[in-house]
Design a protein around this ligand. Structure first.
Ligand SMILES: [Fe+2]
Ligand SMILES: [Fe+2]
Length: 460
């Protein structure tokens, strides 16, 4: 080989090696598709409950940066189209959001929100959003009735990953099962990366018009705080308060807990959202939440109390135990006999009563029921734990809860619409509770996970 041939061969080898390295580098940092910019047409329209759901409804949507001022037109719904001559128009609050974090650089959008007030209870309304030139279609919603009236709601565990691909069918199956749900409750980790507008876009796309007609309440998970992809430390998704309009009745003066810790009283049920990530890590926010929870549990005129938080007090996997969360909340849950906890985070299904509440065979009737569930496709092992009455692994689920006066019925369905778990709670005039488990015909969908850990005191 001549020296020039040697040179060419060496260069070819180096080129091939360089290409291989660059292919590897490309594979490690997967190409990011371009952002879908916010449009002039209203998009990502969503209803949220306020703490006066008989008389109010919150509407939030997104439009392009620099869009004309947003507004909502609404009226009591009618059989025909003539309601359009009877609409009320309300100007929106607008919030410009720009992101300058890694792949989100260049993101710009306007978020518009309105809280409709002065509504009539148990009434069907029609509304649209826009800027006067660009309008959405007309959507409909209902206001809440009075305490004791029958209603249903849907509870969903983590969506988090492959949201459009895999969470969409669960949400849609839930609506097929319960098309008249009064609201949906999301128990955290709605997305995987807290600031990723692509993932939030998937979340809104998966729900489509459902978000605009069935109000939601949501509690944040660790992935709403996520890893600090903006290098300024873990903080709440910048989209959270912009794209949702949630109650601001959390701990007073705690800005960090605004729209993450709150409660909604809906027809005899107090639904409380606890900001689990800030309960877990931050001493000031932890103390503030515990004191606030004590106050709102002590002054609670509702027949039923449900707490939703992301980190479960009793995990479906012993390796994922959250003793700090349990230490903070369990004394209050026991003191005030909270009925039900709806939780996420563990990517499995487990339902039962706390270990200390169990008699020889089954938990006492007045025991608080703890549920961990998952709606998205990410699956973790589920252990064979004593406190669990029904469990599932590698299964996506949604839940439909029905409340009427002093009766609460819980049903868990698999993603393909099969009834998987059910129980009912009833209270007598003195508030004494009876619990009945219903055993669906569906066989247990569970494969053995890890053995319970020997360390860690789950009786706390
Ligand atoms: Fe999760
Ligand atoms: Fe989580």
């Amino acid at each position: 080989m001549t020296s020039s041939a040697k040179y060419l061969a060496a260069r070819a080898l180096l080129t091939a090696a360089g290409l291989a390295i660059s292919v590897l580098a490309t594979a490690q940092t997967a190409p990011v598709p371009p952002l879908a910019p916010a449009t002039v047409e209203p998009e990502r329209i969503i209803l949220n409950l306020t703490n006066d759901p008989q008389h109010e409804m919150a509407v939030t949507w997104r439009s392009a940066a620099g869009s004309a001022a947003g507004k909502v037109q609404f009226a009591i719904s009618e059989p025909g189209p003539n309601f359009v001559s009877r609409t009320t128009e309300v100007a929106a609050k607008t919030e410009a959001l720009t992101l300058d974090v890694q792949e989100q650089t260049g993101f710009q959008a306007t978020y518009n929100s309105v809280v409709l007030t002065g509504l009539k209870p148990a009434t069907r309304y029609v509304y649209r959003v826009g800027d006067g030139a660009n309008w959405s279609e007309w959507f409909q919603f209902s206001t809440a009735g009075k305490p004791g009236d029958k209603f249903t709601f849907i509870y969903l565990g983590d969506a988090q990953n492959n949201i459009k691909e895999h969470w969409s069918r669960v949400l849609r199956e839930a609506l097929r099962e319960d098309s008249k749900a009064s609201f949906m409750l999301h128990a955290g980790d709605l997305i995987n990366r807290h600031a990723s507008d692509r993932e939030w876009g998937e979340w809104f796309s998966a729900g489509g018009f459902i978000h605009a007609q069935t109000p939601s309440i949501m509690t944040p998970g660790n992935h709403e705080y996520g890893r600090p992809i903006d290098d300024t430390g873990a903080r709440l998704s910048p989209q959270w308060r912009a794209q949702y309009t949630l109650p601001e009745n959390g701990p007073e003066g705690r800005d960090k807990l605004k729209e993450t810790a709150f409660y909604v009283d809906y027809q005899g049920v107090r639904v409380i959202s606890i900001d689990a990530p800030l309960l877990h890590g931050d001493e000031a926010e932890r103390t503030a939440q515990v004191q606030w929870l004590d106050k709102i549990l002590a002054n609670n005129p509702n027949d039923w109390t449900i707490i939703s938080l992301h980190f479960p007090l009793y995990s479906s996997e012993p390796d994922r135990d959250n003793p700090r969360v349990r230490e903070a909340l369990k004394p209050l849950i026991d003191k005030y006999k909270v009925d039900l906890l709806l939780q996420g985070h563990d990517h499995g299904y487990a339902r039962g009563a706390a270990p200390t509440a169990r008699s020889k065979q089954s938990p006492k009737d007045d025991a608080t029921v703890y549920v961990v569930s998952v709606a998205g496709p990410k699956m973790y092992a589920v252990a064979d734990l004593d406190w669990v009455d029904r469990k599932a692994s590698h299964t996506q689920l949604f839940q439909v809860l029905t409340v009427e006066g002093k009766a609460l019925n819980y049903k868990a369905f698999t993603a393909n619409g099969e009834l998987y778990d059910a129980f009912s709670l009833t209270k007598d005039a003195k508030g004494r509770k009876t619990r009945k488990d219903l055993k669906p015909a569906t066989p247990e969908l569970w494969v053995p996970g890890k053995k319970p850990a020997k360390t860690g005191d789950l009786s706390q």
